[in-house]
Design a protein around this ligand. Sequence first.
Ligand SMILES: Nc1nc2c(c(=O)[nH]1)N[C@H]1C(S)=C(S)[C@@H](COP(=O)(O)OP(=O)(O)OC[C@H]3O[C@@H](n4cnc5c(N)ncnc54)[C@H](O)[C@@H]3O)O[C@H]1N2
Ligand code: MOO
Length: 407
Amino acid sequence: MGTSVADYRRSIRALLAPLAQREPVVRPLERALGLALARDLAAPLSLPPFDNSQMDGFAVQSGDFGARHEGSVRQFAVAKPIPAGAAPVPLGVGQAAPIMTGAMLPAGADAVVPVERAQPPRFPDATELSDHARVVLPAAEPGSYVRRAGSDVAAGDVVLAAGARLGPAQLGLAAALGLTEVPVRAPLRVAVISTGAELAASGQPLLPGQIYDSNGTLLVAALHEAGIEARATAVRSDDPDALRAVLADCAESADLLVTTGGVSKGAFEATKLALADADVEFVHLAMQPGGPQGIGTVAGVPFLGFPGNPVSCWVSWEVLLRPVLAELLGSPAARPRLRLPLADPLDSPSGKLQVRRARLGDDGRVSLVGGPGSHLLGALAASDALVLAPEDVTELDAGADVEVWLL
Ligand SMILES: Nc1nc2c(c(=O)[nH]1)N[C@H]1C(S)=C(S)[C@@H](COP(=O)(O)OP(=O)(O)OC[C@H]3O[C@@H](n4cnc5c(N)ncnc54)[C@H](O)[C@@H]3O)O[C@H]1N2
Ligand code: MOO
């Protein structure tokens, strides 16, 4: 029935294992999105760095209220306002300082009363301030509406472990800690090479029998989204010499070569012909789509030959390559996997892992989008999940639980 998906992933892992040994590089935060942190990151400072107000209000010393009881209030002399970004002067006894959200709490204050609870419920203007303004405030508990220094992150704590994927939240945290660059595992550089005599020149009208190249755009976008550097090249012929020349050229600057097309049983399989004497094996996987595959090295560079059908090459990335990179390099992240009930019945070929395109419904069920055909790019574009029916499953009823990967 062909090579199992689990065995093939092991082969890809062995092929790509040396890539995990590359030296880390230092990247500015704005160029680190999607990459994996090379070392544990310890916080050089605490967050928040200082006690600050959670509300626009009045900073007070809660002890100034004396014994607190339900509904107790007290009048305060209004001190100099404290905007965010200012270093405040200490608060005197019986004073309340207008304080803005995020502003540093003055020494002597331990609580904030939101301005809308004050009487009057507004900040005094400049004239009132210079005229010894007063305000009546309800009693506050110590610490109320105060964000304590270090209550989010304590200086010295490891906030991100080596291998963590740097998404928006992780990069935002690094910026909050004052970092401008981070050590990351060197991003992969992948050359994506579409092959086939049917590929029309880009931007030109289709001639009879031609199609536009979707695979280059599809795979390069998928790789970019995953934090991988990728470039598309097209060999618009079935000429093995032309493909060999492009592969040799790409091998000089890529960590991984990925072709699409030319790996099945046709009379003009350029990829198979071009690599007949190379260290590349062509196999058939027990997976649909994504059955025919090539794996090996070209000019010493790891090579994967994905099938030409658009959904087949994209599924090869999602189900074969992406999980291996997630495990080996920490980036990209593996897709979240869960089990959900099917909205529709499903047929699956015996002995093959079937990968169907699907959408999550508001009712928590998953609906198949389009059929199993590997040319159905419109259905792929309308999907937000994959349904995986294992090798031993041939039919499932609506309502049956299936493995779902969220895209
Ligand atoms: N006799 C057999 N025929 C086929 C078998 C088989 O086992 N026996 N396997 C089928 C399966 S499954 C797949 S998948 C395809 C894989 O074929 P190739 O990898 O050799 O790809 P091509 O024949 O070059 O193309 C297949 C299909 O995809 C279209 N294509 C190719 N490149 C692009 C591109 N860059 N952008 C958009 N579309 C592309 C191409 O026009 C074909 O329609 O083989 C089956 N056949
Ligand atoms: O296995 Mo092929 O990849 O279905 O269309």
